[in-house]
Design a protein around this ligand. Structure first.
Ligand code: GUN
Ligand code: ZN
Length: 428
């Protein structure tokens, strides 16, 4: 048994449904060899139950559930920070030229190291990752995630039109390469496979059908794609799929919308799409810094919540401006404030929930990670700023744990994340 001692914050009761922040100051978690939390409580009570076991001292700072990033692009880590372009220009000029370089598996291996260390050093322990268009690069990503111990759900990204031609595949090749990768990685340790058409704009109905046939062969694969991000994109999709009632319909028509589907962005949904997403029990990845950087728009969080659509956070690196879900949470808060009466004013507990338990729920891992309850695995980050930094000053002068958490979102960066664990194993 290992006893972790510190101030633990989490949101087992959803703040969007009336729950509030749970905090345990000078608390402790007893974690067994398998990484499962077997006891939580005050430090004295846990210590007296396990008087002889090792104590890891995480006092000072805050211990939070490991972050869950529900939308992030592996091949884009080296192009973070481009300014001034809307989505389709940014793809052409910035993202896709870099993505083409991953045809070289040696290059992809270096990118995989940069990418996985970017996630873990930001405190992210679970991620739904847009992989590469190249099977060798996707294999390199899983290999690196597996070596480090990140919980990684990812897969081959597929497209067969309106993109750089060197990124094209065919429905047959997409199916065969996806099948081989799923056989190699799905449900192997912390890895899971996802079927990933890039977006309907770059996929023919035949390619979407081949994605569905792979999911039929492997019924518990995950699914992710983009939706309703940018108004020009949406108009183009309407023209390409003239029979479709709306953007979501291009996926649902192929049988790709269900409990295991996570759609990134959804900045401009129609009422019917929100109804259909909720009915299908699908999830949306909200990507605030990306939506700001590309000028995609202000995410209608209130209408998602009112319709009962599950929402979690995504960094959307490389359109997003970094791996930190502190930054995404803060930007989500800003954007809801800017929406005025249409916005949903968010508390620090909402932000933590979006960055942790909501992501775990979207990814079907709510019983495993995202909170510090007994029976959950110890996936955590220790926010421990260097002495004298503004965050250190702010935390020491916080008047409550909720206030401390708000300060963490306002000021926290990867530099303040001292350690990260997955199932009790340190990964960063
Ligand atoms: N839509 C299709 N591809 C992408 C991408 O790489 N990033 C974002 N933000 N949107 C997309
Ligand atoms: Zn994306």
């Amino acid at each position: 048994m290992t006893i972790y001692r510190g101030t633990f914050l989490d949101t087992p009761d959803d703040p969007f449904a009336g729950g509030s922040l749970r905090s345990e100051s000078d608390g402790a978690l007893a974690v067994d060899q398998a990484g499962t939390i077997v006891r939580r409580g005050s430090y004295p009570s846990v210590r007296s139950a396990y008087p002889d076991d090792e104590v890891v001292d995480l006092t000072g700072g805050l211990v939070l559930p490991g972050f869950v990033d529900t939308h992030v692009h592996f091949p884009q880590v080296r192009v973070i920070g481009a300014l001034g372009m809307p989505l389709l220009d940014w793809l052409d000029q910035c993202a896709l030229p870099e993505e083409a370089k991953l045809a070289d598996t040696g290059y992809a291996e270096g990118v995989a190291r940069d990418f996985v260390s970017g996630l873990t050093s930001a405190g992210t322990t679970t991620a739904l990752v847009f992989g590469s268009h190249f099977a060798g690069a996707v294999d390199a990503l899983f290999t690196e995630a597996d070596r480090v111990g990140l919980r990684c759900t990812s897969g081959l990204v597929v497209s067969d039109r309106i993109l750089r031609e060197d990124l094209f595949t065919s429905p047959e090749r997409a199916h065969d390469e996806g099948l081989a990768l799923a056989n190699r990685w799905h449900n192997v340790r912390h890895n899971r496979y996802a079927v990933i058409p890039r977006f309907s704009l770059s996929c023919t109905p035949e390619l979407l059908a081949s994605c569905a046939s792979l999911q039929e062969q492997f019924p518990d694969l995950w699914f992710t794609s983009h939706i309703n991000e940018n108004v020009v994109e949406i108009d183009t999709v309407k023209k390409l799929f003239d029979d479709a009632e709306h953007y979501l319909h291009t996926y649902s028509e192929a049988g790709l919308v269900g409990r295991r589907s996570i759609f990134a962005h959804n900045v401009h949904p129609t009422h019917d799409e929100l109804v259909d997403l909720a009915a299908a029990d699908a999830s949306v990845a909200h990507c605030p810094t990306s939506n700001s950087a590309l000028g995609s728009g202000l995410f209608p969080l209130r209408t998602h919540v009112e319709h009962g659509v599950r929402v979690a956070l995504g960094s959307d690196v490389g359109a997003g401006t970094g791996f930190s879900l502190f930054k995404e949470g803060l930007q989500a808060y800003f954007m809801q404030q800017l929406l005025g009466d249409e916005g949903l004013s968010l508390t620090a507990a909402h932000l933590l929930h979006l960055a942790t338990a909501a992501g775990a729920d979207a990814l079907g891992l709510a019983d495993t990670v995202g909170q510090f309850s007994e029976g959950h695995e110890f996936d955590a980050l220790w926010l421990r700023p260097a002495e004298g930094t503004t965050l250190d000053v702010a935390l020491r002068h916080a008047h409550s744990t909720e206030d401390a958490l708000a300060k963490a979102f306002a000021l926290g960066t990867p530099a303040d994340v001292a350690q990260t664990w997955v199932a009790g194993a340190q990964i960063g």
